[in-house]
Design a binder for this molecule. Sequence first.
Ligand code: EPZ
Length: 419
Amino acid sequence: MDRLEITGGVPLEGEILISGAKNAALPILAATLLSESPVLLENVPSLNDVMTTIKLLRSMGAEITLHDGWKLEIDPRTTTEYVAPYELVKTMRASVLVLGPLLGRYGRADVSLPGGCAIGARPVNLHVAGLKSLGAEISIEGGYIHARAEQLRGTRLTLDSVTVTGTENLMMAAVLAKGETVIENAALEPEVLDLATFLVQMGAKIEGAGTGTIHIQGVDNLQGTPYTILPDRIEAGTHLLAGAITGGHVRVKQVRPSNLDAVLRKLEQAGARIECGSNWVDLDMAGERPRAVNLSTAPYPGFPTDLQAQFCALNSIASGTGKIVETVFESRFQHTLELQRMGANIGIRGNTAVSKGVDRLKGAPVMATDLRASASLVLAGLAAAGTTVIERIYHIDRGYECIEEKLAQLGARIRRLPI
Ligand code: EPZ
């Protein structure tokens, strides 16, 4: 397994291009199953999770061609299998996103239960309950969700709690259902809105996506369309934090600044000078040490849980004491154990991490446990004195495109060590 070696202490300077959003690409790839003709996707990030999804769709019979620059042409007309096998789903929970489109378009789906992961139990009960309300017959046996439906029927759904992929699965199931579906307490994430925009371009009738209530009028069929995936706000936030933690000056380009509001406010509280253009964000620490900030994660437009671990790293070397509350997932503080091994002074009480900033972290061998925890360790390594080697970086390759190349463009001393 590859490792990343980082020699810290260099203030990052420069600008980088942000890739397409992983958490928009995955549901949109699943949604191509709904189409009756080929789809052309642009700005698809070259990530392991995208490759896993391509493998999954191909295993169902869809034809997928990779053009230069990660343009993907997907022709779902040759789909003959409606199964998402355990071997694939266990490597990527988001495979559950094929459930809604398979059920909506083909009336059947056998999808392995995704199971939990390092950050929590990650149940899919809200997905299943919503699909049953749309008229699906669902049984869970042998670790699989077996779903059948002659014809889904529109209904009014109120989600007990906000779920991003739950909202996405139900929206994809509803677009070909008979009649109107209303999803209340829907997730507001920009990736949900991007999926809805893609579905509308394929001919779906959806209103209210990006608000808490989504209205979907079922149609008879959807047709292929060209579509460009929205930029990855979490990748953008991670690289801005790399600039902040090293006291540098970083500009991220090809982003939507409005999707980063909560994050930019917290970076300003940490002492960063933030400037925004139409499709870029500039962060300048002017060589200053960051100030510790308090934050609590929340569904969009609140502070994103996917940047919580990265902010923990920033707080660990900031001046003062910072309190971070994780309200979305029940065990998303694995990274703090590794940060402590680098000298961070972080105490965990329940869903709260309180850190008292230290002057300098010290490089050390550390281990990645999940995608965003590994990003947190990269940031810590960039700021630490000495060298940090991060093991199990297959986690990071799931969600960050060429992270070491992008950081090296900013002056980081970072390299991949093949085993
Ligand atoms: C999506 O996961 C993202 N993944 C996650 O990003 C992100 O952290 C999360 O949303 C929250 O923003 C993708 O979009 C592929 P949820 P998802 O359903 O949809 C509970 C990353 O690092 N819940 O919004 O799985 C759940 O346990 C990943 O890129 C139920 O109880 O998250 C959690 O506590 C990590 N029952 C909360 O809701 C359900 O049926 C929010 O989960 C569904 C969810």
